[in-house]
Design a protein around this ligand. Sequence first.
Ligand SMILES: [Zn+2]
Length: 445
Amino acid sequence: MKVYQKRRFYRRLHKVGLTLAALVPALVILLIWVVIIGVDKSIADATPLQSTQSVEQSITKDVQFEDKQVEDEIIDHAKCSLDTMYYLSNLVTRRDLLYPSIDVVVLYVDGEALLTVKDRAVADRIVEHLKTYQGDASKVTSVELEQDVFFKEKHIAVAQFEGCSDFDGAVEYIQNGGIEVVTYTIAKGDTLSEIASQYDSSVERLIADNPYLASKKYLTIGDQLVINRPEPLITQYVTVLESRVEQLAPSEEYIDNEALYIGEKQLVSEGKPGEMFLTEEVVYRNGRAVDRVVQSEEILAEAVDDIYQRGVKPLPVQLAESTLVRPVTAYRVTSRFGPRAHLGYHYGIDLKMPIGTPVYASEAGVIKTAGYRGGYGNLVVIDHGAGLETYYAHNSQLLVCAGEYVEKGQKICLSGNSGNSTGPHLHFEIKLNNVSVNPEKYLPF
Ligand SMILES: [Zn+2]
């Protein structure tokens, strides 16, 4: 009886032992699985995903590798032995769980990844856009990209994923993502706002790029500015054929006339501009014309030249003091030639008279100037030949034109108060070989 009971006890013990022996490894396996899934889940949750809407669908649970080299290495190892293969397959499974990958399309420019888009359709639209000229040109003969541009489909680890560009975002980035640094030298008459608009920048940005400007009141001619202007990351060259009708300006043709004095010019017949149909091959670099080559010119109408008679007769003036006459008859001298107390050196003589008084040529000659000139106001200059010139300044009205011959004593203008003048008067000046001389050496006033 005791022996029997003992045996039953041992048989039971044996059964429990077997069950435990079977259960323990199963529990261990379960435990390992839970740990792995748990780790995977926590890593996947922590992975930043942008543009998740499109990405989630393409997350694959297949085994993917970031690069071919790792894949080859694993395959090589796998060939070694069953043990390594077992080890590696384990590794592969874990990699898959830890690094889920996604399918994207990457744009490469000269071999460097520039941006990522979600699929081939977006990539194709971008390529299409890059290869199309956006300006208006009737005949585009070629569109070329300076850089080597291609798209490549890729599986990348979610951990490496930094988001996809949509079409508009990609085009905007390609268009303005680069910076071209230009050095600009300030020239006379420049203003910051004009420079800014010329380089698609703003006054604020110019000051940010050139901090020394902030403390300056005026621009200094010759100073250099650094201008960072947005530049496309991919350079597009477009060649187009452009045609237009161009005006041809008439040339001037001269007939020598011995009856006219040297410097005198008279219009005989007025010409007419011609017209030409011009076709040019124009190369645009990122929308800016960089080269033009004329392909054909077709004259639609020849230009008709302006024809002038021009004088060849030497001026008659033989310089003698007595030959000059006074430019006005009634006047009062208010300032004579020479140094003045507060107004600096006086290079002529000022004759006071009412506005509108007739002024006469002191000697025969050809009108060299008839127009407004700075402090002189409305000015007439007569070239009398032999290096002698007379000046009549501050006029209200001019009655002669440049190139015209005038006789001695001919009415040339009406006096006035134009230019730098403190009251109605005629400023009369005589220059001999470009040097102002005292008019009273020639004429008594
Ligand atoms: Zn004067």
